[in-house]
Design a protein around this ligand. Structure first.
Ligand code: GLN
Length: 552
């Protein structure tokens, strides 16, 4: 962008006042510009534009918006820009910025959602129960009271609370990624020749195999050690680890992960169980012939010792929610089919011996690690990372599990909540639902305008609310009244349509009927209004007969 062109516009300068362009020369962009033009002077305060994005969870740490925010900083937030400058500015990331300003992101009311999560976060912070894992000595040295939460949607909208920028070792949350890498390198058929897909029914480090002498699944230690053995066994150890680290970097939207060497050493020095498990697996010929037990184990310890923050882990969870494409970079890290397989296993096996309960209560794929991290994936919506080191007896973060349970109490994110949509008291912050509602509104209005009674009956039976209005605030009743379809007016009134609803211009259905001289509709509506007021009168008579308690 040419900075010279983007000189701030001086307030009240007539010459700079933007003229409304036509659709061809940026009508939509102009509408967005106008929506931010507070004074109607044809100028927008840079701070208002920046804030419009920031409140949607899109900030200057978003790689897609680096140049956008760099331009904003160059202009200064106090500057005022005209339409041309606005156009130039949003050109640095046009689709994302337009989508955001048009409220087309997956969570359009993002601030409200964030405030809700903040409340859940604050109430869960009071829970101080649980015990930090100490079987890896270095893990026991963390401050047990830390607590962080980060959210990243499939559109890359983000927010965080608490200790979300503190590093922790990712431990077992490395397992889904090691499995995904193995799938990418070898395909599902080969991988599952060596590892099953069944919950083990035993603890994560139990020395047990399934009936085919395979680890039960990739989410427990045996399965993860096996997956490590499948990651480029022909390469040397450094290249193998770099390969894994590079994959995590892509999952983190470009942020290079850290590595905690003390955790690695501590883990390696106290890993009798994992060594025993690996020897047992070698005895049972579980490993592919080309693999080396010690190298596989070492890579496994290294993967568990990768360090990240809640912010990073939320982005990687969001990449899974987004079918393998990182929302911050649009980089396809994994194939969608492999992500589907991984989420299926996280759903059934991701939370240790609490996996069945978790699937029942929360109904979402998740993975937990002994450092106290839980990654929660809401497919097609968002990824969430919760970190708090104190664990319950199953080995899951106490606060992590509690957060997930509270979240689905408030929002209809449980996989099977959709079965009771419309009857559920839970909220849905997703645009998709608004869109479906909007589509329903458009369909019922169209049917009303065209006199298609059977289509209206079908839509109402399918759950479309007769009171829904189109973009102009016009309901089916407005349209049926305008067109003089009395049968439809009658039907809609019998199904809860609102006579008082007003469109964008303040008109009621009766106003429409009058304007188009639809005498039978006028009669019908006025008849209803009269009946209604008579029965209101009767009710208030009755109320006065029986005294004021009736009204209270
Ligand atoms: N590194 C840990 C172990 O192998 C990982 C376990 C976990 O997070 N559940 O024991």
């Amino acid at each position: 962008m040419n900075k010279k062109k983007s000189a701030p516009v001086t307030e009240g300068n007539e010459a700079n006042r933007a003229k409304a362009p036509s659709a061809e020369n940026g009508g939509t962009t102009y509408a967005l510009f106008s929506s931010l033009d507070r004074t109607g002077q044809g100028e927008v305060l840079v701070a208002d534009l920046a804030f419009a994005l920031e409140r949607l969870g899109l900030g200057n740490d978003d790689p897609r918006l680096f140049s956008f925010f760099a331009e904003i900083d160059a202009l200064g937030r106090g500057a005022r820009i005209d339409f041309n400058t606005f156009q130039q500015l949003i050109k640095t990331s046009p689709i994302l910025v337009q989508k955001a300003l048009q409220k087309q992101l997956i969570i359009p009311e993002f601030e409200q959602f964030r405030d809700d999560i903040k409340k859940i976060f604050a109430s869960i912070a009071k829970n101080t129960s649980g015990k930090v894992a100490d079987y890896i000595p270095q893990l026991a040295k963390v401050d047990p009271n830390q607590f962080g939460i980060s959210v990243c949607t499939v559109d890359g909208q983000r927010f965080s609370f608490g200790d979300s920028d503190q590093l922790f070792s990712i431990q077992s949350t490395s397992k889904p990624t090691s499995y995904l890498i193995a799938l990418a390198l070898h395909g599902s058929e080969k991988v599952h020749r060596h590892v099953g897909r069944e919950p083990s029914g035993h603890s994560f480090n139990a020395i047990t195999l399934d009936g085919h002498n395979r680890p039960h699944n990739p989410m427990i230690n045996a399965g993860a050690i096996l997956c490590s053995s499948l990651i480029n066994p022909e390469n040397d150890a450094a290249d193998r680890f770099d390969y894994v680290l590079n994959t995590w970097q892509r999952l983190f939207g470009g942020k290079r992960p850290d590595f905690n060497n003390s955790i690695y050493l501590s883990e390696k020095n106290t890993a009798d169980r994992n060594f025993a498990l690996a020897y047992f697996m070698r005895e049972k010929k579980v490993f592919p012939p080309e693999s080396d037990l010690h190298q596989a184990l070492d890579l496994y310890f290294q993967c568990c010792s990768i360090s990240a923050t809640c912010e990073n882990m939320a982005v990687s969870a969001a990449t899974l929610a987004n079918a393998g494409i990182c929302p911050l970079t649009n980089d396809r890290v994994f194939e969608d089919g492999h992500v589907k397989d991984t989420l299926s296993l996280m759903y059934s096996c991701g939370m240790y011996d609490f996996s069945g309960e978790f699937a029942f209560l929360v109904g979402l794929p998740a993975k937990s690690g002994v450092s106290g991290v839980v990654q929660l994936v809401i497919p097609n919506v968002m990824g969430i990372a919760i970190w708090s080191p104190k664990l319950d007896i199953m080995g899951n973060s106490v606060r992590g599990v509690e957060f997930c349970i509270e979240l689905v109490k408030r929002y209809n994110f449980h996989t099977y909540d959709t079965l009771i949509a419309g009857h559920s008291s839970k909220s849905d912050p997703r645009l998709r639902v608004n869109q479906i509602k909007q589509e329903g509104a458009v369909q019922i209005c169209w049917a009303a305008a065209n006199g298609d009674l059977s289509e209206i009956q079908r839509l109402i039976a399918a759950g479309v609310d007769v009171k829904e209005a189109d973009y102009d605030g016009r309901t089916a009743l407005h349209l049926a009244a305008s067109e003089g379809h009395d049968e439809i007016v009658k039907y809609l009134l019998g199904h809860g349509a609102d006579l008082e609803s007003r469109d964008r211009w303040g008109g009621t259905p009766l106003d429409d009927a009058k304007r188009h001289s639809r005498s039978s509709v006028i009669e019908l509506i006025e008849g209803r209004t009269k009946k209604k007021s008579i029965s209101m009168e009767k009710r208030s008579d009755a109320a006065s007969c029986y005294g004021s308690e009736v009204l209270n």
